[in-house]
Ligand binder design. Sequence first.
Ligand code: ATP
Length: 468
Amino acid sequence: MENFWQTCSAKLEQELPPQQFSAWIKPLVPLDFEDGRLRIAAPNRFKLDWVKQQFASRITTLASEYWEAPIDVQFVLDPRAGGARRPAPAPAAAAAVNGGGAAQAAAVIDMPDAIERADLYIEETKKRDQSRINPALTFESFVTGKANQLARAAAIQVANNPGVSYNPLFLYGGVGLGKTHLIHAIGNQLLAEKPDVRIRYIHAEQYVRDVVTAYQRKGFDDFKRYYHSLDMLLIDDIQFFAGKSRTQEEFFYAFEALIAAKKQIIITSDTYPKEISGMDDRLISRFDSGLTVAVEPPELEMRVAILLKKAAQEGAVLSDDVAFFVAKHLRSNVRELEGALRKILAYSRFHGKDITIDVVKEALKDLLSVQNRQISVENIQKTVADFFNIKVADMYSKKRPANIARPRQIAMYLAKELTQKSLPEIGELFGGRDHTTVLHAVRKIAADRAKNPEVNHELHVLEQTLKG
Ligand SMILES: Nc1ncnc2c1ncn2[C@@H]1O[C@H](COP(=O)(O)OP(=O)(O)OP(=O)(O)O)[C@@H](O)[C@H]1O
């Protein structure tokens, strides 16, 4: 049985993306093999149901091929039926039960060990389930680039020294940029190093619902006891607290208790603390009292790296040309890139075609036309002019006062970042300016952005507006 399981695992590891393999197959433990029936333990109900649904037939085929006979594969939740540990049968008896055969006898002798490991898995998974940490979202699966290197470095620092270095750690940025991924990665690293740590990931909307439930059931004591006793609280999309004063009050108490006890708090939001509307000033000032880091939209090279990595995880190969083409056209966020990749893979599999640029254009027809419609230089000029309260005509005029020149430079910078236009083409669209003027504007705004968080934020808001 052990030999079979090794062969079967190796096959599935080749067939499945690594994340799927480690999330679903790795935790399985073969328990016993008797009279053509193989029992495999899954560590929790969720995994059990999913494995039955998704992998039962493949595992059954592999088992039948291995033993060259029809095998009945059964998946069970907990190897200790009725809570009692199954004693290991004596080798001779086991061999008899199993109809002899070296592989089968060896399998039965291994059973206590298998049960031991299953116990361990069950314990670990219980902790993981309670923490709501997604095991697939790790630092290893996170692609780093200029846009997120600071946030990643801070996250690693916090995972290594929770409650000590930056408390709270506040990550902000637009949708689909990897904030949730990063905070799960922190949780995963900590759980791997200290399995007993009490971590909880919660989305802010769920926290609001929990407060309402506690209120209805008059259960605030339990609620407080639970949250105040954590070692690490990861709270996602805190902007959902806006206007919810009771939630904010409860969170304030939890925050104070955890920080005073040097327990780590990590918060994500779509904007930086002072910009969250409808939030109590006491909370805002506390959010900003640790380390606040932006997660930016991924730059071109990073988008390419993400596409290549995600394609490899799906067992597909993208050529560099194709990855560059997709990355050049889809700039907004990683979630969008993932969606595009899924479409490309599905299209190529369905039509039995290799992934070429033409195939990509066809697969992403709708997405690409929306992108092209949305971000034009004219659109950028209008949006920036509205934002700074100047006339659109000032974008092409020769006027040079600072209140006009700066928004114009910002618009040029965004035109370079967000469209396919070359420097001379952009210059042309800004009243026939020379390409060196555009280059100067692009470099100046990029440098300001790198050193000044307010400029960075301003640009971030403009980019989000333009990307809809
Ligand atoms: N740098 C990255 N490397 C690999 N995958 C990434 C990266 N950034 C984001 N992703 C993936 O993109 C998807 C969206 O990321 P995530 O949910 O973390 O975004 P978010 O910033 O929390 O967005 P939202 O504010 O909408 O919740 C996820 O599947 C995540 O794994």
